[in-house]
Each structure stands twice: as C-alpha cells, then as structure tokens.
Design a protein around this ligand. Sequence first.
Ligand code: FAD
Ligand code: DXP
Length: 682
Amino acid sequence: MNSASDVLIIGGGAVGLAIAVELRLRGVSVTLLSRDFKQAASHAAAGMLAPYAEHLDGPMLDLCLQSRALYPDWTQKLEDLTGQSTGYWPCGILSLELAIEGSSPRQRAHLPSPHSSPYLDTAAIHLAQPGLGDRVVGGWWYAEDGQVDNRALTLTLRLAAESLGVEMHEGVEVLGLEQRREQVVGVQTSAGLWRSPHYILATGAWSRALLPVPVQPRKGQMFSVTVPSGAMASATAELPLQQVLYAPGAYIVPRRDGRIVVGATSEPVGFMPGNTPAGLNELLAGAIAVYPALQHFPIQETWWGFRPATPDEMPILGPGPCDNLTLAVGHYRNGILLTPMTARLIADWVCHQQADPLLAAFSWQRFQAGAGLLPAPVPQPPSSQASPPPLNSAAMIQTATPADPISAEVPIASTSTPDPKLLIIAGRKFRSRLMTGTGKYANFDLMRRSIAASGSEIVTVAVRRVQTNAPGHEGLGEALDWKTLWMLPNTAGCKTAEEAIRVARLGREMAKLLGQEDNNFVKLEVIPDAKYLLPDPIGTLQAAEQLVKEGFAVLPYINADPLLAKRLEEAGCATVMPLGSPIGSGQGIRNAANIQIIIENASVPVVVDAGIGAPSEAAQAMEMGADALLINTAIAQAQDPVLMGHAMGLATQAGRLAYLSGRIPVKSYASASSPLTGTVTG
Ligand SMILES: Cc1cc2nc3c(=O)[nH]c(=O)nc-3n(C[C@H](O)[C@H](O)[C@H](O)COP(=O)(O)OP(=O)(O)OC[C@H]3O[C@@H](n4cnc5c(N)ncnc54)[C@H](O)[C@@H]3O)c2cc1C
Ligand SMILES: CC(=O)[C@@H](O)[C@H](O)COP(=O)(O)O
C-alpha cells in the first residue's frame, strides 16, 4: 500500500496540476496520479481565454471573468518559478459575423453587443483585420479576451509542480474509489492501493468512471498550420494574424511562434478516437471562409480531444459526496480559462474549508434536485382501492412521502451515497428511471393507479392506436394528467421507416394538442415482424436520421446490437432502447452480454425496453448499468397491476442504487466474514 501526502489528486490535466501547484505554495504536501497526460483535453485545447466571445452569462461569466483577471499574475508566477514561457498573450478576440450564403451581406442584422464591446461594421472589420473573407460582414472586438498556449502552460505547470516537490506519478490509472460511509478510504490503482487524508477528483471527461457525476465527453477535432515566411508582413516580418478570429464555423488562434491553431468540432460521439474527413472538412471550410490565405499554409498537425461536458455546461467544483473528497471536473469548453480560479477556489476549500459564495452555483448537488423535474417520481404504495395482499411491513423498504420525493431515492436506513445523477434525456431531467406503457390495462382507472404506484414520469402512448381509437385506446390521450407526466409518443404499428416518420409527426401534434407544446420526444418503433415484434434495424436507422434532422428527440427501440446502437447515437438519437426479449414475452433479459456492451460504449442513456417480466429482471438490468427501463405488459397484465407497478418502481431504484454501490466480485471460494487469525482456541 502506498501512503500518499496530505492530499491526493487524481488527474494531471491543467486543472489537477494547477491545484497541486497552488496547494504546494500553501505548504500542503501533494501526490498526483495521472493515467496519461497526452490524452488530457488540456493538451488538445486551443487555449482561448474567451469569456466574452463564448457568450457566457450568470455565475459562469462571473467565474470566467475572475479567472481571466488572474491570468497575468498567475502566468508570471509560473514563468518565474520555471523559467519557461506559458505563451500567455492578451491579444484580444475578433468575434466575426458571417453573411449567410446567398443573402445580401448588407441586409444581415446583428445581435446587440453583450458586453458593450465595440461593434465593427463591414468596412471597419476589414480594416481591423486585413485578409478576411468576403462573407465577414462585421463583428465585435473583445479587447480583454486573449489566449494562452495550453501545451506550454501545462508543461510549465508540470515543471512548477515538480520543482515545488509535488509527488507525481504519470502512467498510474485510478481504478476505483473505496468508500466507507461518507469517507473515501483509499483509491485502487494500476500501481496498488493509495491512501490519503483528502482526495481531489480532476479527471476531466473520464470522471464518470470513478464517480456517478454527470460528465460526458464532447469530442473536438483540431488542426494547425505554420505561417510560411512569404506570408509575413514584409516590412516588419510580423505574423499576419495578431488576434484570435472567432467565427461560427471555426476559430483561428495564431500563436507567437508562427503556428496557427484551428478548431474545433463539437461531437457527441463518446470517446471515439481519431480525426475524421468530415470533421477536418468542416474546420477547413470554416477557417478558409474567414481567412482565405490560410488555404495555402502547410498543415502541421491534426489532433482531437475530449471536453468534459456537464448538462448545464458549467463545471462541478467544491465539496463532493464524501467528506474528504473535493471535485474539480466538468470544465467543458472553458477549462483552460478557468484553471487559475479553479485552483484558487479548491485550495481555499481544502486548506480552510472555506467555500467562496461563488462555489454554490457549481456544486454537484445542483444535479440532484430542482428545476425541470416532473413532480411524481416516487413509487407510491398502492392505494386502498388496489386491495393489496397482506405485506410484512417490517420487510419493506421505506419510501418517503410525496412531499419529499428526492430522499426516497435512497432507503432510509442506508448510509450509501444517494444517486447524484438525474436521468437526462435530450436536456430534460427526470428523477424516475422507470418508463411505463399504456396498453393492455383492463381500464383507465387501473392504468392511472398503476402508473402512479410505479413512480414513472415518462409514459409512452401508441400514436396510431390513439388516433384510430383502437380498442382500449378510445380517449386514452385525455385519460392521463399530462401536467404531471411526460408523454412519449411511440410509432407502434409502423412497418416501414416512412410510416414511422409520418406517425412521429402526428405524435408531436398530439402532444401539442394535449398541452405539451415543447414535447419533441418520439419512441421510434419500426416493426415489420408480427410474430416476434423484432424491430427492423435498417428502417429504424433511416427513420432516426430523418427525425433527428426534423428536430425530434429520438428514442429508438432496437434489438440489442451494439454497432447499431452506436450508429444511432452518432446519428444524434437521444437514447438507445435495446430490448431485453420480445415485447410482452416476459422472458426477462435474454441478451445481457450485448446489452452490457451497449451500456459500456454509450454516451446517451441506455433504456432497456421490452420483455421484462418480474422486478428481479428490472433490478438486473439496472444493476448492469442501464440508465432506465420501459415496462408495460408485466405491470398491465399482472394479477394486481397497481401492486406490480409499485414493485417495479422499487426494483428500478434498488437496481440503480446497487449499480452505484458497486457489487462485490464473484469468487470461486469462500472467504470468512470474521478474521481467521487471533481466534481463541480451546
Ligand atoms: C478541442 C478542444 C478545444 C478546447 N479549447 C479550449 C479553449 O480554447 N479554451 C478553454 O478554456 N478551454 C478549451 N477546451 C476545454 C479544456 O481543454 C478543458 O475544459 C480542460 O482542459 C479540462 O481540464 P482537466 O484538467 O479538467 O481535464 P483534462 O485536461 O482532460 O485532464 C484529465 C486528466 O485526468 C487523467 N485521468 C482521467 N481518468 C483517470 C483515472 N481514472 N486515473 C488517473 N488519471 C485519470 C487523464 O489521463 C487526463 O490526463 C478545449 C477542449 C478541447 C477538447
Ligand atoms: C408499450 C411499449 O412501448 C412496449 O412496446 C414496450 O416495448 C414494452 O414491452 P413490454 O410490454 O414487454 O414491457
């Protein structure tokens, strides 16, 4: 076992390194473990310091402005410590407005300036920056924004950390945090167990592997060119670009050493590595439109990186869910800019347990409760009308009252960490992870009470059957309270992509008519096969691509095919919904291995849909790491649907909590529960 210093930092990107330096300067001993410096977003970034050009607002703007203000002294201090340049350059940023192709540039209206920065019209902007393309019709001059050479900065931070005596271990991967009650008691790593009094998580886009924080990778591709000597302004041998050009299609960041860095795509493709022709094409076209001379500059390098994105695009900073765990993750697009302020705030917290008021807006707990939630997430004990069989109440997990729904996520007697993560689909937040159906119920009253008992917030409705008043569906649209439930129109009954697209559009209208104006969700089912009700993968992909283009949040029902799931995710689907076994079969999870692969690779929520027959199977899917479930037949056709709804709701929660807790490994042999040594003989 390795005994670390006062503080153990996990992650050696700019954020982890800067915190290490700041803590050492305050006399704290620090160990830093990092898997791979080269994979860090800090290495891949463009290094813009752009709170204005990025159009930030609220507490995020405050944080970024304070961080930008720290940059001159902070970089000077690092340069004094190491003798190395950070490439900090307060060069200003020109944020450009482009005419839409085909429209008259003169007719293009511009947005008001967000920070009373000067707007430059067409003539002024071409004067301010010679060589701009014809499509540039104006823009804002943000004199206080600038840049730092992020690679030079991270190198300088590493040298500073080393020279200050930070114990750094590059190439060490942290595999898991060992938690006991509200304490981290150690970290399991590729180089053994480490213990420390305090831990800081600074693992960027990879944070979710260690803690269930809502951080997702958002890939960005980049390239760089070098300015050829012939392109220097001849009289002065000056570089042709002296400021950052920030445009909708691409940004262009000239470095002082003659490189020009161009970025960046923004792709929700998980951790898929590599530059792609489409990505580079997008950047090349965007950059050449802004600054045409660039098309003749030799390409120097192409690369990519993963931004750590949170649902609200703000970082997660400050105390974590354990007493001795501090979080500094999720800096998304502005982590280089936010590095000095993050280091200062985190060091204040660790050294003095002093939380700057600004930190409140960046707490991990903001994802636990609050805005955007529908109000009925708790599985409700069945009402007296449901005539439940006698239950041993002492054996039941207690649930909270409806007035306290969030606490019901955790069994009351438990000391485990509550699930900090909401289910987020297409930006909409839900507390319940169980979706339910509306078919096959004996009557609407039973349906309403079963859904309420399950705690489900998302309820799917077969658009075609409602529209045609199919048996059991007459008046179904009006039978549920859509003020408290979120409608998921589905395309059941559609055999082809074309039909499904048509029905999805009808579903959107139906949701509107029933009061959900902003509901763009559709559960996409393309099912040509009546016997097994298996979905058509090709038709599903085709329909999904079209519906995504039309602005739908598409939740496709699929066989558990990992490659198809990835293709659908790449096409922009909001979830993937692999079936456990055929619809209504009650066979449970018959394809666990493939569902596991889908879960491991998905960056969108994975909803296990269809075939679940019993609560143990619901729990099984959630224990595997599914984000949510959809269950219809097992509830609607149970002998007591209301009671079964309740059971399924609890099983979904139990499975989720078990997944978050981390189950013990399966072993071939027994291991005694009490010590084998030191026992009394006789
Ligand atoms: C293409 C691109 C352009 C960008 N441009 C800008 C910009 O212009 N301006 C700006 O301010 N920001 C920009 N960003 C965002 C910025 O780069 C990030 O927000 C910031 O670098 C995050 O820093 P970090 O230290 O938190 O994470 P990272 O730099 O990603 O570092 C995380 C480190 O943790 C390590 N790690 C992860 N898991 C483990 C584990 N289990 N065990 C051990 N080590 C682990 C990783 O190996 C990595 O070294 C850009 C990002 C990208 C990808
Ligand atoms: C209602 C619905 O969408 C079903 O088609 C879904 O697939 C659930 O399947 P089970 O009825 O097997 O739970």
